[in-house]
Design a protein around this ligand. Structure first.
Ligand code: HEC
Ligand code: HEC
Length: 229
């Protein structure tokens, strides 16, 4: 897509700043001792999805059967990239990501538990797409997602999340297809309004969302929830 290619040129600088830090976090683990003082660096051996399945039974009450959410407020975990799920659970456990419900849920998970759950969830089929209530809002979101709006300095989401919305496991970019619609809108507001988390991933989103208003956030949240994987 011509427009996307042009936009990606002026995104090269912010991406060059974010990606090394993102990759460093996403790649950590695999046996090496975590650097002292970094609560997001996990130390784990080859993940065991069968163990992840066993210990994530308790999660299904909220995140849905097969971790595919049917609750518009709660994100599904099925089909999410394991690097992203690991980072979120580490961030909840360290209370770096807001969300007291999840602080409790993550408190007693070991690094290995986190890796096992993330591997299990990543191998599941994402839930079905949500039906958009308002087709005009969805269409606006679709345009912003794929093209951005250069007059308003809005970058196309597809540059990082991909045209299919599936993100990138290696870079820790979340898959956002079929995301529960109310949760999607809330998390975008949370990213936008947060003072800065001090960890690179949400900071990337915070900066991207700066030029967008409430209607824009509703539109893109509506669109991504309705995407097919
Ligand atoms: C009582 C309900 C509840 C239970 C039980 C629960 N969660 Fe959550 N979880 C939530 C809510 C609500 C959120 C959204 C938090 C927010 O506001 O950002 C969430 C968010 C998450 C996220 C972030 C997903 C994303 O897309 O960013 C992960 C990962 C997660 N939960 C994993 C788990 C795991 C693993 C378990 C079981 C050990 C679990 N949750 C149990 C309610 C729950
Ligand atoms: C510069 C790259 C980049 C761009 C552009 C970008 N994102 Fe993201 N996005 C990320 C990264 C990295 C994460 C993971 C954040 C984290 O780890 O907390 C993310 C996370 C998200 C999440 C959270 C998913 C979840 O399960 O909670 C949503 C929703 C999202 N992005 C939507 C969008 C939308 C909509 C746009 C366009 C307006 C967009 N993103 C543009 C990099 C980007």
């Amino acid at each position: 897509m011509q427009r996307t290619i042009r936009l990606s040129l002026w995104l090269a600088v912010p991406l060059a700043l974010f990606i090394p830090a993102i990759s460093a976090l996403a790649q950590s683990g695999g046996g090496a001792a975590p650097p002292a003082g970094n609560p997001l660096a996990l130390n784990f051996k080859t993940p065991d999805p069968a163990h992840g399945k066993e210990i994530s039974q308790s999660c299904q009450g909220c995140h849905g059967v097969g971790l595919a959410s049917t609750n518009t407020d709660i994100p599904g975990l099925a089909g999410q990239h394991s690097s992203y799920t690991r980072l979120q659970l580490a961030a909840f456990r360290a209370k770096l990501r807001p969300g007291e419900v999840m602080w409790q849920q993550a408190a007693n998970l070991s690094d290995q538990d986190i890796a096992d759950i993330a591997a299990y969830a990543g191998g599941l089929q994402p839930g079905p797409a949500w039906k958009a209530d308002d087709e005009a809002v969805r269409a606006k979101g679709e345009a912003l997602f794929h093209m951005g709006d250069s007059k308003r300095n809005i970058i196309a989401c597809a540059i990082c999340h991909g045209d299919n919305g599936r993100g990138d496991d290696r870079l820790g970019v979340a898959s956002i297809t079929n995301l529960s619609p109310k949760y999607g809108e809330e998390i975008l507001h949370e990213f936008k309004n947060a003072p800065g988390y001090g960890i690179p991933h949400p900071d990337a989103m915070r900066i991207i969302l700066r030029p967008m208003n409430d209607d824009d956030l509703k539109a893109v949240a509506t669109y991504i929830s309705s995407m097919q994987k």
